[in-house]
Design a protein around this ligand. Sequence first.
Ligand code: GCB
Length: 627
Amino acid sequence: MLGNKRLQTTFFALACMLTVWAADKDVPLIQNVMGYESQSLNGAWNYIVDVQEEGYYDYRMNVSRWGFFQNAKPQKPEDLIEYDFDKSPTMQIPSDWNTQDEKLFFYEGTVWFYKKFGLTPSPSPVGEGSSKDKGERRLLYFGAVNYDAHVYVNGQHVGHHVGGFTPFNYDVTDLLKDGENTVIVKVDNKRHAEDVPTQIFDWWNYGGITRDVKLVSVPALYLEDYSFSLTPVPSPKSEGSKISIPKTREISFSAKLNRAEAGQQVTVSIPELKIEKTFTTDAEGNVQCSVFNVQSKKLQLWTPENPKLYQVKISVGASAVSDEIGFRTIETRDRQILLNGKPIFLKGISIHNEKPNGGGRANSVEDARTLLSWAQELGCNFVRLAHYPHHEEMVREAEKMGILVWSEIPVYWTIAWKNPQTYENAKNQLTDMIARDHNRANVIIWSIANETPHSPERDTFLGNLAQYARTLDNTRLISMAMEVTGASNYVNRLNDNMNKYVDVVSFNQYIGWYRDVNDAPKMKWEIPYNKPVIISEFGGGARYGLHGPKNQRWTEEFQENLYIENCAMLDKIEGLAGTTPWILKDFRSPRRVLPGVQDYYNRKGLFSDKGEKKKAFYVLKRWYEGK
Ligand code: GCB
């Protein structure tokens, strides 16, 4: 019997590939998913840990016809089915499996997730009749799944997504039925050298469906994307001279429908500004970049002090989506960063997307608020969301709180620069990061990489990526965290071919941690580019509550002294436009194994993993108060 089954498995593998894979429902990411009615699929999901991917491959490593995605149940007493989702344990989604099941703390591999759901009636934005009659669509949306996900609805494969920190959605309308439906997701977080991030990285490889899952109701014709931006006022050539603000300011608007339909009316209304404008789509279903004016004295610009957001409604036919939009400009002039035409010093902090108390992926509004309020307590007007796109609420809450954002993709350390698929993967993650957040006024920097080793192949990869980022969004600044090289014992020089592609040169430096703190006062910095400089990392580790002399590593006093010396040193860097020290809170990392001190945490936080403030917190706070 087993032998037969094995033969059949191989025989049917191809047929299965054809049927199961027939329905690729991948559609471009919808802009402002939060603006639509949706049915949450969060909550308890059954899961099966599948160490050898028995639920996917047969014993010849062909995709199996009897994969777990079938959600099979015995039909006859003699049927052999060796799994049962309904009897498997559950975990709350969204979450990472590492902190939900202690057996999975170090696990990296495949876990299957399964949820049954009935359809809730979708809202009827258009006329009478059932939503199906009116051609409404349902998009199955995942905020993020780390890392590799195959998604099945009612036994049909709807898509395959790679990349652990960006959202994706499938149009599953035609697969849904009245009554009970199932969604099954095979999640695999094994690390590979050619992935993005690559095989090694200094954070926990949290696996699972780590962000919200929802079934989004959209009309048959909807806005796949739209964007707003405020045109900068030509800035004066030199510092000190006045900007002359024109009587009216220009807002650019563009939009794209999900279908190439010409002649559709897209109306933008901003009641508070008494704006209502209608645009007509071209043959591609696009509203090409169009401009409308608003009186300068009526327009409150978005700033950290007054993070003004306007209620905006964008309608297509009888359906509409609402958003909150802030208007501001961001530019550079020589070594300055200009927000709304005025120089700003970015008082920042780096943050990992980890829960404020203990480890685990952050995924809620509360997580975002807690982390960001700590940053504000520190005196920050800026955060570096390292090293990958954080959950959407982090960016949205920061926008409401007046905190500027650096957002990054996980092109980190030793990426496989020569591999074309690796480049495509990085490009897709960049596309989706920008697609999700390009209407957030607080996002001012897209970062394309962190601490990458120099080589011609790396330059080609990153140069192309930077140019591509500009084609997607030319209204923000581009940067990447670079490294400095020791030009001589006490001279650090930034020498990176990527300088010409970035608007802001940023680099990480660890004087006081990976080099003697007593060198700090002697250090000289050579940054031979006429661009603003951000120190994207500096810092050192301390175990909260461990006290001792300032030269004793891991004590709070060591870290405190390191911050004192670094702040004094950084004050001497010409053109310093901001800093994002490493890091807000201790975070989990498998590389940090020192017992009794690290215990799998990177201890460079200004807050402990439980949210206690270390002494260095106050040093940075004081330094920022003086800025
Ligand atoms: C770095 C990395 C960051 C690490 C940090 C450290 O340069 O960018 O991801 O966690 O150093 O703690 O060494």
